[in-house]
Design a protein around this ligand. Structure first.
Ligand code: SF4
Ligand code: SF4
Ligand code: SF4
Length: 773
């Protein structure tokens, strides 16, 4: 994944786009933040936000033509927020303080500003703050231009004068009753000053040198406000015409021209990075689902504006527009306290630093790759794919800590080793039209259901049903181990070819997705589609009840599998309840993408979130989902328990097997299938040492992902080699062993028949010291 790609992906997340109000506001007042402050009753903070963008708050909060309000998203759910009235309330309710302006050190460049209206005043202020020497020419005897035309009731004189106080802090030289064009020609200003801004109304213009258009407007370059005269800029009414009179646009013109003049005088690009100046259309998306339509809060005393209470109520109507659609539905995205745009930047930083900094590792490895984010994102952004690609890059760069996915990868290796892997034609046949592929987790969770399903398929289908036990490779794919994944896939393919390219019947939707995506030439159907077509087995079953159906996240885009599951349930007589997020918007059970191994706490939160969505018993058709729910105490069934009657699980609340049992179950399943179906006796390996493990230690081992098998190996090795420490107080032995990258420690003592395990733990460091017997 290269940096360019990451940049493009980052730009797709629109969470940081401005809300409609701010994008439409020509000076981009942060209305959302201002409203949030007012909603909390903090008018001082609200005024501070407002004045950050607006230099004349008393004037604008009364006479602004409020394009923000006209674009407000609340308009689609009730009526738009009365933004100008809230600005006025902020101004009226905040304690009166005089904002002090400290200009930058004085520069030797001089700028002439023509016109003392809002645009000229804003340009003067902004440039004076930057340290330029400003001379403001105003044809009349007072500043403010057409502001004085408003009736006193609408814009009190006192409000104008109070706002103009700000000029006193800045050394702007004001020359009243000086008409440029009449008293002083523009060409003189050009000679005397380093730049000129024409921000006057029509009364005092000088068109001589300026190529004025037929409709009597001064033509300027749109983005930069440059006229055809070098160093002369123009804005406001002179450029847009009197018809388009807008106080807030005048301020915006003054500000934008000040930026151009500053750049012009600094001899840098006038056009770079100026895309979102002035009003523009935002790309933001905000869902209105579940939003109650609310009318605006009426003014009880219109001439005075909102009271503090009314303003708080009105501000509370603000939707605080943002996207966050993916974060709302994903525990992973929510738990890192940000959103994809931020996360992609973090991933970018993580991958671009050659060594050392690995702040993003946890983030990158915690996503379950379930794809729900993409389903709800208006921009189709799939964080799962990004995290997997980042994992691949980390593996390629040698930056992936081996411990992150070590357990899952060892488990996959076990499943594809002789201890579990198996492929056979149906007993008595030498070819297979079909091949049942139960997947490693169903075999680990419920071996009896694998046997019952295989017998059922062999009985119902003609042409031979072969059996293949192994792992599809999903753990390697999720871990970003491309090479390992390719090896597993080609290992499968070799056996599949050897069996004569039979059509696959898979019980697990993860296997189904892996085969569909990576082996498109292999014909594959889901077991649920097969059973839906073949009909139910004729066996005694339990009484039916209402269930909430959980679709595994890997079934997300497979409607026909989801339909078949529901058909089967209906035929069995169950009452089906759909969870709020189901089918193509289903959620992960917390196991996918190896989230469970990289971030256990998050995986548990993810399961708990899912199981809290309905009080009903859950029905899953992925063994891992079923076991994840039951681990957290949710009564849950696997669909095969309904089809064949309870098998390994006698009741819904029964927990699935622990890690050690899961391995044991797989190995035993292979042995018993070989023996029962193919009459092959498998030589038992050497007898492992016998262990006594208390419930408490077993729980510890489960949390620490340590298998009984690991402990046996360590004790056997320690006893054989004598590499062990003795605790002189307790007399217990302490031994360690590192099968691959994780070091396991076990504290044990001999017993009459084997050993007692007192404690077991693991760590991710390599042990280098030498222990002498
Ligand atoms: S609802 Fe609030 S944040 Fe959204 S556009 Fe309106 S004022 Fe802005
Ligand atoms: S866990 Fe699922 S929804 Fe959340 S970011 Fe990853 S793929 Fe998207
Ligand atoms: S849904 Fe998420 S990723 Fe998509 S635009 Fe919104 S915040 Fe960004």
């Amino acid at each position: 994944m290269d940096q360019q790609e990451l940049r493009e992906l980052e730009s797709r997340c629109i969470q940081e786009c401005a809300p409609w109000c701010s994008a439409a506001c020509p000076v981009h007042v942060d209305v959302r933040a201002m409203n949030a402050a007012i909603a909390k009753g903090d008018f001082a903070a609200a005024l501070k936000i407002f004045t950050k963008s607006v230099p004349f708050p008393g004037i604008i909060s009364r006479v602004c033509d409020h394009p923000c309000q006209d674009s407000c998203k609340r308009g689609d759910a009730g009526s738009t927020i009365s933004i100008r009235a809230l600005e006025r309330a902020a101004f009226a309710q905040a304690p009166v303080t005089k904002a002090r302006v400290t200009p930058l050190p004085r520069k030797d460049k001089r700028v002439a500003v023509v016109g003392g209206g809002l645009s000229g005043l804003t340009a003067s202020l902004d440039l004076a703050k930057k340290g330029y020497q400003i001379v403001l020419f105003e044809a009349t005897d007072r500043l403010g231009g057409s502001l004085w035309d408003y009736p006193e009731t609408e814009l009190p004189r006192e409000a104008i004068l109070r706002d103009f106080d700000i000029l006193a802090d800045l050394s702007v030289e004001i020359r009243l009753k000086t008409s440029v064009g009449q008293d002083i020609p523009l060409s003189d200003l050009q000679k005397e000053f380093d730049a000129v801004y024409l921000g006057s109304g029509f009364g005092s213009r000088n068109e001589g040198e300026l190529n004025v258009t037929a409709d009597a407007l001064v033509p300027v370059t749109q983005e930069t406000f440059e006229t055809n005269e070098p160093g002369v800029f123009a804005g406001g009414t002179l450029v847009r015409g009197a018809k388009e009179r807008s106080p807030i646009r005048s301020i915006s013109d003054g500000r934008r021209t000040a930026i151009s003049i500053d750049r012009f005088l600094q001899k840098v690009s006038l056009t770079a990075s100026r895309e979102n100046e002035g009003s523009y259309e935002t790309r933001l998306y905000t869902s209105l689902e579940g939003i109650e339509a609310l009318p605006e809060v009426p003014l009880s005393n219109a001439p005075e504006g909102y009271s503090a209470e009314e303003a708080v109520q009105e501000a509370k109507r603000c939707l605080q527009c943002e996207c966050m659609e993916c974060v709302k539905v994903c525990e992973f995205l929510a738990s890192f306290k940000g959103y994809p745009k931020k996360y992609i930047r973090q991933i970018y930083n993580n991958l671009s630093i050659v060594m050392g900094q690995r702040h993003g590792n946890k983030l990158i490895n915690s996503c379950s790759n379930c794809g729900l984010c993409k389903e709800v994102c208006p921009e189709d952004l799939h964080m799962g794919e990004i995290c997997i690609a980042a994992r691949e890059t980390m593996v390629e760069q040698g930056k992936m800590p081996p411990s992150a996915h070590e357990f899952a990868l060892r488990d996959m290796e076990f499943s594809n080793s002789d201890k579990f892997a198996l492929h056979r034609h149906q007993p008595g046949m030498d070819s297979s039209r079909f091949l049942f592929f139960p997947g490693c987790q169903l075999c680990a969770s419920s071996p009896i259901n694998v046997k019952r399903t295989y017998s059922y398929l062999a009985e119902r289908l003609t042409g031979g049903v072969g059996l293949m036990l192994r792992c599809c490779g999903a753990p390697a794919d999720w871990a970003g181990r491309k090479e390992e994944f390719a090896r597993v896939v080609s290992g499968f393919e070799a056996q599949w070819l050897e069996m004569g390219k039979p059509e696959l019947i898979v019980a697990c939707s993860t296997c189904y997705s892996v085969f569909k995506a990576h082996l498109p030439h292999v014909k594959v159907q889901s077991l649920w589609e097969t059973i839906d077509t073949l009909g139910l087995p004729d066996v005694p079953r339990m009484e039916t009840f209402a269930v909430a159906v959980h679709d595994p996240c890997t079934s997300r885009h497979h409607d026909s599998i989801q339909d078949s599951v529901r058909n089967i349930l209906r035929r069995l007589g169950y009452e089906i309840h759909e969870l709020p997020l189901s089918r193509n918007t289903t959620e992960c059970c917390g196991f996918g993408g190896l989230m469970y191994f990289a971030n256990r706490e998050l995986a548990e939160k993810t399961v708990r979130r899912r199981i809290s969505e309905s009080p009903l018993q859950y029905l899953a058709y992925c063994a891992m989902c079923r076991d994840q729910f039951s681990f957290e105490g949710k009564p849950a069934w696997h669909l095969l328990d309904f089809i064949f009657g309870p098998g390994d699980f006698e009741h819904a609340a029964q927990k699935g097997p622990d890690y050690s049992q899961r391995r044991e179950n797989r190995a035993r399943l292979k042995h018993s299938l070989l023996k029962d179906l193919w009459g092959e006796d498998v030589a038992e390996g050497r007898q492992p040492v016998k262990l006594q493990i208390s419930e408490q230690v077993r729980d510890l081992m489960e949390r620490r992902m340590i298998l009984t098998e690991d402990i046996q190996e360590i004790i056997e090795w320690a006893e054989r080699t004598g590499f062990k420490l003795v605790n002189s107080h307790s007399g217990h032995f302490l031994a360690h062993h590192t099968p691959t990258t994780v070091t396991y420690w076990v504290e044990y003592s001999p017993a009459e028949d084997g050993f007692v395990v007192h404690n077991a733990y693991s760590h991710r460091m390599e042990i280098m010291e030498e222990l002498k017997p």
